[in-house]
Design a binder for this molecule. Structure first.
Ligand SMILES: [Zn+2]
Length: 93
């Protein structure tokens, strides 16, 4: 019997260029950039095909909380430099 399901996979370890501030633990600095997709799986861990679009997120290196990366692209008009407004809400699958 084959067990079907879905699972969220994420990858990536590059650091962000801008400074983020974690609203959970207060850490301020470069976050880890990650991409993720939800996959249809068999046996819980074997991905077969994606069932969602690519999502971008950043992860606090201190407490591992993930946030949705909804910042404007670097160089976009009106992009704020450095500190200031962090973010949305912690990431949920
Ligand atoms: Zn944190």
């Amino acid at each position: 019997m084959i067990v079907f399901g879905t699972r969220f996979f994420s990858w990536g370890s590059a650091l962000t260029e801008r400074i983020w501030r974690c609203s959970k633990c207060g850490h301020e600095g470069q976050f880890v950039q990650k991409s993720g997709m939800r996959f249809f799986t068999i046996y819980w861990i074997i991905p077969i095909f994606p069932v969602s679009g690519m999502r971008k997120m950043v992860q606090c290196p201190n407490c591992k909380t993930r946030y949705q990366d909804n910042s404007p692209a670097p160089g976009a008009a009106g992009g704020q430099a450095g500190s200031g407004a962090p973010i949305a809400s912690p990431w949920n699958d």
